[in-house]
Design a protein around this ligand. Structure first.
Ligand SMILES: [Zn+2]
Length: 191
């Protein structure tokens, strides 16, 4: 079992940095990286303790995909796009300086980042974590009738947030972020 739902999740977040979704539909998934965390547990501990208004629905690591919040709550992961979306986070850093943290993980290596977003060289995403993320995205798309539509580039979308449908990453929503631009084509192919 690699998708750990809230009822079985050891990482249930308080609802502090959330609000009720009401009847607003879930139209898209936003994929992030939480570069300061190396596991779903570490991200959970950070989110649980922080006073910063930040939260996300799921944390993914090489052992599985862990639900933090019910989808009936809107989490604070992507600014004005929160309302129509669910946030899902890789818990791996893309930064070269963090390579030592992942030396035992399959698939993590130095790669060129040709997206024009962020560092020119970075780390690739680990294979196990990628597989769990794909499983989670398929599950959420099935459950909420979200089309498996993924942008072909990592450029910021011109579509207004309320009209987006499908799977995007944070760098599609704002030029202030580059998660997960260098991993986007890998995720897209794996899905
Ligand atoms: Zn992000």
């Amino acid at each position: 079992m690699t998708i750990i739902h809230l009822k079985d999740s050891p990482y249930k977040l308080p609802w502090t940095h959330t609000y009720s979704r009401g009847s607003t539909p879930i139209n898209f998934i936003v994929v992030h990286w939480a570069g300061s965390a190396s596991s779903a547990e570490q991200l959970y501990r950070y989110l649980q303790g922080t006073r910063v208004a930040v939260s996300t629905g799921w944390g993914v690591d090489p052992t599985g995909a862990y639900q933090y919040l019910p989808e009936t709550r809107v989490s604070y992961h992507a600014g004005k796009a929160n309302k129509w979306s669910v946030g899902v986070d890789f818990t791996q850093s893309p930064l070269l300086n963090d390579l030592w943290r992942y030396s035992s993980r399959a698939g993590v290596a130095v790669m060129d980042n040709t997206t024009g977003r962020g560092d020119k060289r970075c780390l690739s995403i680990g294979t196990e974590e990628l597989n769990h993320m794909c499983e989670l995205i398929h599950f959420l798309c099935d459950k909420y009738n979200i089309p498996m539509d993924l942008p072909t580039t990592t450029d910021v979308l011109s579509t207004p947030f309320e009209k987006i449908k499908g799977v995007v990453c944070h760098s599609h929503l704002t030029n202030q972020k580059w998660d997960i631009a260098p991993w986007w084509s890998t995720l897209r192919k794996a899905l």
